[in-house]
Design a protein around this ligand. Structure first.
Ligand code: FES
Length: 350
């Protein structure tokens, strides 16, 4: 194995966190069932208030949360919800419970010691009896129809994969590589091993016991037409992508943003309802310029993954720099924290 591959694999075994950051699902095949409707269609912009009825340790550094309500919107494997935390931070988590259960949602999150505060808040301040606003579900990582499935999950990245494994027919052809630092740090390990026990479909690689996973071997001899799914840190995505044969596009769910707020040229933004025109400098963002005029404009992550800053665009050509919005949403809206303009001027419905 090359040095490059060794170092990549070392990094990919470091589990990076729980909140989903950037999503890209390649929809080259029809979904098994239609994806869940968008949050605005099912729960409104403000989402639902759900009660935390369980907050429990699932693995070292990982807690699971059950949120209860009534007649909750249904979801499909791969879907996520936005949790609005008590501080106002918005974080996205994959749903990992039973899609048929319309009385509760279950999510899991890993504590990121040097993170931006969301996972620590979930671990230390969210507890049973707390009410949280939940937006969604949304699904940009749907399970497609395919003759075979190959899954690669890193640590907390198992959460969207687990409902997929449960949803596959018993005779479906699938295999999973599930990696983590130690077995004790890997959530849902027992469930996953049970699901794949009959045909030795699951390869568990705990770095402290087994060393580094052999991705080259795992991704060799892919079945014809197999759908390859990967969820985990960015390094894991890259390692999987670079090993797939040309023409094979993986379905990815990322844990780290790939976009930046500033960069490129200056442009103007007209705020249609406010009647003001702003200049967005090369090193600044639309969000920063807008908030200088309208300080109550909502935002949270400032990295293009939570969707809080989404605004309708009335005129102009958008330079989308997120991977969150769907193609239809991109037609007339943008995430103003990261996206910019291709035209000299944008008109926002603000
Ligand atoms: Fe989160 Fe813009 S503030 S996407």
């Amino acid at each position: 194995m090359s040095n490059k591959h060794v170092s990549t694999l070392k990094i990919l075994m470091v589990v990076a966190g729980g909140a989903l950051v950037v999503r890209r699902a390649v929809r080259d095949r029809a979904p098994v069932r239609p994806p869940a409707p968008s949050p605005s269609a099912v729960t409104g912009v403000r989402g639902l208030k759900l009660l935390v009825t369980a907050h429990e340790r699932l693995a070292d550094g990982v807690v699971g949360i059950r949120l209860e309500g009534h007649d909750l919107p249904r979801w499909e494997p791969g879907a996520h919800v936005d949790l609005v935390l008590p501080s106002g931070l918005v974080r996205q988590y994959s749903l990992c419970g039973d899609p048929e259960d319309t009385s509760s949602y279950t999510v899991a999150t890993r504590l990121v010691e040097d993170g931006r505060g969301g996972s620590r808040e979930v671990h230390e301040q969210v507890q049973e009896g707390v009410e949280l606003e939940v937006r969604g579900p949304r699904n940009r990582f749907p399970l497609v129809e395919a003759p075979a499935y190959v899954f690669v999950a890193g640590g907390i990245g198992i959460t969207p994969v687990l409902p997929m494994l449960r949803a596959l027919p018993e005779d479906a052809e699938w295999r999973l590589l599930y990696g983590g630092r130690t077995r004790a740090s890997m959530p849902f390990l027992e469930d996953v091993e049970k699901l794949g026990a009959d045909r030795a479909r699951v390869t568990v690689v705990a770095e402290d016991e087994d060393g580094l996973p052999d991705l080259d071997a795992f991704l060799a001899d892919l079945p014809e037409g197999a759908a390859v799914y990967c969820c985990g840190p960015e390094t894991l995505m890259a390692a999987v992508e670079e090993r797939l044969p040309e023409g094979t596009a993986p379905h990815l769910e990322r844990f780290a943003p790939r976009t930046a707020a500033g960069g490129d040229g200056e442009f103007e933004v007209e705020l249609h309802r406010s009647g003001r025109t702003l200049t967005v400098g090369a090193g600044s963002s639309v969000l920063a310029a807008v908030r200088a005029e309208l300080p109550n404009t909502p935002y949270s992550c400032e990295q293009g993954w939570c969707g809080t800053c989404q605004q309708r665009v009335l005129e102009g050509e958008i330079d989308h720099r997120d991977e969150l919005l769907t193609d239809s949403e991109r037609g007339d809206s943008m995430l103003i924290c990261v996206s910019r303009a291709r035209s000299a001027r944008l008109v926002l419905d603000l």
